[in-house]
Design a protein around this ligand. Structure first.
Ligand code: SF4
Length: 356
């Protein structure tokens, strides 16, 4: 049976290919065709002899994930994909073209166990972790099918389905493959991992991936409110996470982005803004205010834009960097979990064919 090697790291390429490929520089060339040039058809590996290509193709393939659907935003060109893993499980990935960059939002788990109230993925429960090679394949799939659109530098954000620090080993190994200068070569500075704050892994993340940016999903500076929105607060209080970030502040290479979904009447009062300043004090910080994307069945509602502007204005008075996220792909509901939820509810989803 032909083994699909897409997504694996160089060591695995070496182990798997060496019984069939004598010279190790040929293995390196194969690795570079796949990850650097993103040419996945072995017949097109033109610096290998025909005989060697035939031998490799008899044993291996480099196949992208099955693309079950693609939804394109007519507002801003964001593209949302529902991708199928080998065991039939489904994940979502979003490709967001912007003026000066492209952002790709990656999933790290199938579903999620943390049940945040503002998140559709949270409603569907946890299915399993993604293996590191599935995370890499997810990225390569989106890069290959958007080949013509890769005109700007690429930023990656682990903000899709799942909590990346709850699948830390696989996320870390995937980041190693993604940042390998012999391969995909995306700078770690262009990668952001977003977490709700899994304390033990936060410490490891700061030590082991110091160049990768951190986003912390805060959403309320009051433990009682955060507990309601994010049950994780009971087990991993944000205050503990703040202590770690404060302690490590000198080692941080980037500002921590505090993500804050603006929820009408829940966390958008002046006293919330004041408390955000207090609890994040001493940490190099940036606050990202995110308009809530309402979804069917949600008990939460979005704060009005003028109120978000006022909230931002208050924080800025204290010289804090504040951004207001421009909600992308509203018409395709680009926030994670929506496509999956749609499929689960039996809605019709446009099928598209995999491109070679
Ligand atoms: S916001 Fe993140 S951690 Fe919370 S339920 Fe959604 S995917 Fe899970």
């Amino acid at each position: 049976m032909v083994k699909n090697l897409l997504g694996y790291d160089f060591n695995i390429f070496h182990t798997e290919l060496s019984p069939f490929v004598d010279k190790s520089f040929h293995i390196k060339q194969i690795y570079q065709w796949v990850y650097k040039k993103r040419v996945l058809n072995i017949n097109n590996f033109t610096n290998l002899s025909k005989e060697l290509r035939k031998k490799v193709a008899g044993q291996f393939s480099f196949s992208i994930l099955n693309v079950l659907s693609e939804e394109v935003s007519s507002e801003d060109g964001s593209r949302k994909y529902l991708l199928e893993l080998e065991d039939g499980k489904k994940i979502e990935t979003v490709f967001i073209p912007q003026k000066d960059r492209i952002s790709i939002c990656l999933s790290s788990q199938v579903g999620c166990k943390f049940g945040c109230k503002f998140c559709v993925t949270g409603l569907m429960g946890f299915h399993r972790n993604l293996e590191y090679y599935e995370i890499v394949s997810q990225l390569i799939t989106v890069l290959v099918i958007n080949k013509e659109r890769l005109k700007n530098r690429i930023n990656l954000v682990f903000m899709g389905m799942g909590e990346p620090l709850d699948n830390y080993e696989n996320v870390k190994r995937a980041i190693k493959v993604i940042t390998d200068s012999e391969g995909i070569s995306i700078s770690p500075k262009r990668i952001t991992v977003s977490t709700i704050g899994i304390i033990s892994y936060l410490k490891r993340f700061l030590e082991e991936l110091p160049d990768v940016k951190l986003a912390f999903s805060l959403n309320s500076p009051f433990p009682s409110v955060r507990k309601e929105l994010m049950p994780v607060e009971k087990r991993y209080p944000f205050a503990e996470n703040m202590k770690i970030l404060r302690r490590e502040r000198k080692k941080l290479k980037h500002r921590v982005t505090f993500e804050y979904i603006m929820l009408k009447g829940v966390n958008d009062r002046l006293k919330d803004a004041k408390e955000i300043l207090t609890i994040t004090k001493g940490i190099p910080r940036k606050i990202n205010l995110i308009p809530f994307n309402y979804f069917e069945g949600s008990e939460l509602y979005p704060t009005e834009m003028d109120k978000i502007d006022k909230f931002a204005g208050y924080l800025r008075k204290y010289r804090v960097v504040v951004t207001i996220r421009d909600s992308k792909g509203k018409d395709i509901k680009a926030s994670c979990g929506n496509l999956f939820a749609k499929l689960e509810r039996g809605h019709e989803i446009m099928e598209i064919k995999n491109k070679d």
